[in-house]
Design a protein around this ligand. Structure first.
Ligand code: ZN
Length: 291
């Protein structure tokens, strides 16, 4: 999981416009839930370009597990705080109503894959203190969720969890911490997902090993007494190094999956070797340009 910066609210959900679909539905919902705790069909969040804006914002990846959503599935518009009903865990009965006043609230919407949304999180919304739960639109309670909102400006999901070279996710802190509960509720430990991450992790480690091998060889060859004769071999090594280095950089692009793990496995490497490689490549490219 990584932090995602929320972009501007779509027009249909703009509460500053009393005639927007969002504003109108909010008023209808408030009225409805005064007398009935269910049986309301929320539609505003599905209108206009809400889904497209979420897809752009999340780079077509799940807010929780960071898997690529397209092209094989459609992905869901996910409500961080459940709109119809909630419970602290799947072992409890559902409680009605849910956070009906947030069903059309832009700040509550995320993009999630079917697995995270429908198999794992579903209606779960655990709080640190369940007695401190906001149950009506006009309560002035400030809740303390046990779940990480990837769009929360004040927290970085990477302070709560990390990934091993085997693609395994681990929480930071104590058992029952925000990281632990989020991993559990979002199903970030699920075996198929872990297998996907593992494949990428192996690829990353292989690329790092290759790069270090090239660096070592290039350094040795350039220091050799017959370096001039080895020019072509060195050039070829630098070219190969560049290919692997660029490919490792592409794994870090915002559109790439599992960036939380990628960051864990590459940040130190880039800090240590990035400047050396960049310098080497720029020197080499200058030389070849001049030839
Ligand atoms: Zn997911």
């Amino acid at each position: 999981m990584i932090h995602i910066k929320r972009i501007e609210c779509p027009e249909v959900l703009d509460f500053s416009n009393p005639d927007s679909e969002g504003s109108k539905e909010l008023q209808e919902a408030i009225k409805h839930f005064e007398k009935d705790d269910r049986n309301f069909e929320f539609k505003a969040y599905k209108k206009g370009n809400v889904k497209e804006i979420l897809e752009t914002m999340f780079n077509y990846k799940c807010a929780y597990c960071e898997s690529r959503i397209s092209p094989v599935t459609y992905g869901d518009i996910e409500h961080f705080r459940p709109k119809k009903a909630y419970h602290s865990s799947n072992d409890e009965d559902l409680k009605y109503p849910g956070y009906y006043w947030l069903a059309m609230n832009w700040e509550n919407l995320l993009l999630a894959c079917d697995t995270c949304n429908r198999t794992y999180k579903k209606n779960q919304f655990p709080l640190l203190d369940d007695n401190n739960r906001k149950k009506r639109h006009d309560n002035d309670i400030i809740e303390d969720p046990k779940l990480i909102d990837p769009c929360d400006e004040d927290i970085d999901p990477q302070d709560y969890m990390y990934f091993t070279k085997e693609g395994i996710v681990k929480y930071i802190g104590e058992e029952g911490s925000k990281g632990d509960i989020s991993i559990h509720v979002y199903g970030l430990y699920n075996p198929k997902l872990t297998e996907n991450r593992k494949e990428l992790a192996i690829d990353i480690e292989d690329k790092k090993t290759l790069i270090l091998g090239y660096l070592k060889r290039i350094s040795k060859l350039t220091k050799a007494s017959n370096a001039e004769e080895l020019k072509e071999v060195i050039e070829s090594d630098v070219k190969d190094l560049e290919i692997v280095y660029n490919s490792l950089n592409r794994i870090n692009l915002p559109t790439a999956p599992y960036l939380g793990m990628v960051n864990n496995l590459t940040a130190d490497f880039f800090t240590e070797y990035g400047p050396i490689i960049e310098k080497l490549l720029s020197r080499f490219n200058q030389l070849t340009d001049n030839n």
